[in-house]
Design a protein around this ligand. Structure first.
Ligand code: FES
Length: 315
């Protein structure tokens, strides 16, 4: 085991543990100190931004998460310099900052592309096609999990549930939603990103680069026209519990997945036209925005491949 002195020199501990061959090229994930400084002009600019962020909180250390986004917006990932900056501004140790920066997956710890493409491979998305999409994108882009294309445009990763299961399988680009994806639509999406074509998320604000996204997440205004007004919300299935808690009738109609047209089984609430609480239910299509009811067209949807569990190409 190697410890680090304040001057950053690695020291092998004395005693039996130091005997024998030492592993070569094995990163223990420990920050190397001291981190280099930002250039003076960058430091001055970041300090001004940091003061604005810190002023929002009664306790300065509460500003750590947005400050990590701020330094990430500078270099595209949270560098040792960025961690040191956060520690100095907030009066924390670099160990405390590192502990937070390495806990949350939204902070990148190594350089990445302009677009962080995350394929949800959590349970529901996985069975609805997420695993197939992730595998296909790895092959299509020639990169593995956490790796970046040679042109520096796309970093691919698999992600955990993003609370958008209604719209499975979900792909996120810089944390914006691309719902109801297929292998083909996901390939088209990354191709467009790499080509610099305009890409619209299914809902929410327009897409911007990872650095710009990080600055917005630090709490600075998104000044692009229409960005703030852009809407987006959870699907009906996600909100059913909330509606029931409010005493509203929940949509209890059971519909064959993906709007295949297969009628619900006889005896189900859908077949009888009744909702779960016994009240008449209006099966208006507008109530069924979930992908489990009817696929939605998105900017990245592939019209030749209706949403549904993705199969390997050629099957
Ligand atoms: S499992 Fe993918 S969004 Fe929930």
């Amino acid at each position: 085991m190697t410890t680090t002195t304040p001057s950053g020199q690695g020291v092998q501990p004395q005693g039996p543990q130091s005997q024998g061959p030492q592993p070569q090229g094995v990163s223990l994930g420990m920050p190397q100190l001291p981190a280099p400084d930002y250039p003076d002009d960058v430091r001055a600019r970041l300090e001004a931004d940091a003061r604005e962020v810190v002023a929002r909180y009664p306790d300065s250390r509460s500003a750590l998460l947005p400050l990590l986004h701020l330094v990430q917006s500078e270099e595209g990932h949270v560098t040792r310099t960025g961690q040191r900056f956060c520690a100095e501004v907030l009066g924390l140790t670099t160990a405390e900052v590192t502990a937070v920066a390495t806990f949350y997956s939204m902070y990148r710890r190594r350089p990445g592309g302009d677009y962080q493409v995350g394929v949800c491979t959590n349970t529901l998305c996985a069975v609805m096609g997420g695993d197939a999409i992730f595998e296909a994108l790895q092959e299509h882009l020639g990169v593995g999990n956490g790796e970046t294309t040679d042109d520096g445009k796309v970093t691919l990763e698999h992600i955990e549930c993003n609370a958008a299961c209604d719209f499975a399988p979900v792909v996120m680009v810089n944390w914006e939603f691309f719902d109801n994806q297929t292998v083909q639509s996901a390939k088209g999406l990354v191709d467009d990103l790499r080509a610099g074509a305009r890409v619209e998320p299914t809902r929410g604000a327009p897409l911007c680069t990872f650095k710009d996204t990080s600055r917005i997440l630090a709490g600075f205004p998104d000044e692009r026209p229409g960005a703030v007004e852009a809407g987006g919300t959870a699907g009906h299935a996600s909100l059913t519990g909330l509606r029931l808690a409010k005493g509203e009738a929940g949509p209890a109609r059971v519909v064959h997945p993906r709007g295949s047209g297969t009628p619900a089984a006889a005896g189900t609430p859908a077949a009888s036209g009744d909702s779960r609480d016994g009240s008449p239910h209006d099966p208006s299509p507008t109530e069924h925005l979930s992908s489990h009811d009817a696929p939605q067209d998105t900017a990245a949807s592939d019209p030749d491949h209706p949403a549904g569990p993705a199969a390997e190409e050629g099957e």
